[in-house]
Design a protein around this ligand. Sequence first.
Ligand SMILES: C[S@@+](CC[C@H](N)C(=O)[O-])C[C@H]1O[C@@H](n2cnc3c(N)ncnc32)[C@H](O)[C@@H]1O
Length: 257
Amino acid sequence: MRNLTEIGGRRLPFLRWSAVRMALGMRHLTTHWQVGDGREEALAQHVVRTAREGDLDDVIRTIDAFSYERSLMMHVGDEKGEILDAAIRRAAPRRVLELGTYCGYSALRMIRAMPAGGHVYSVEFLAANADIARRIWAHAGIGDRVTVVVGSLGDGGATMAALEDEHGFAAGGVDLVFLDHDKNEYLPDLERIGARGWLRPGAIVVADNVRVPGAPQYRAHMRERGGAGWATVEHETHVEYQSLIRDLVLESEYQPG
Ligand SMILES: C[S@@+](CC[C@H](N)C(=O)[O-])C[C@H]1O[C@@H](n2cnc3c(N)ncnc32)[C@H](O)[C@@H]1O
């Protein structure tokens, strides 16, 4: 069944008060990284209780329905998720690095669109979110295709060392990066990845929330580097699970000189 917010395959324009509140509460969210009322744990329990075990599509559908009908959440969502799906299909990555796991929704979508044998490494600094994501992935039957690494690339080197020593990260080994964590860290973390040489030529970097909450320095960097290191497409879209607040997803191809 199609989502309640769609008629004949078209999304209805709508704004949710909870979306406004979530946007206003962004400072809390971006310091605590859970909404604060237990909705992330409630989602995990709801998925395990109601989604068909081992059915990736049904788990994704269940999370979208929960986020539309019960509690708004900060997954990339269905609309922006389709932009991510398309980037994944084009790049056909074998190794994806995600920054910002949350409850594991975007990783579910990426695995669904990736070639068999592809693996997602997702870095998340909140252990409670990592645990929720692992339970949801296990229920969807993809636990062996996603690895969550608790930490952050800016923690002084420990997480980057773990990625190299324990998970095989090496020069030219990363095909796609999904940036969806602290918006102030998009550019510093991209530079950290660059310093390690992990990106292969032609690798894709997808960045969510470039308009809301906004990553202006990252956007300016990608604009300045157009034709000199990066080729970027800016996708006009909307903040997750509503259709009136606009957002921007950037898709950039790494083109070293
Ligand atoms: C917007 S949510 C990610 C949503 C997820 N990608 C999805 O679409 O399902 C952001 C997540 O990034 C995590 N986070 C924030 N800053 C981080 C950092 N510097 N490194 C790693 N994770 C971070 C937060 O704890 C939160 O779980």
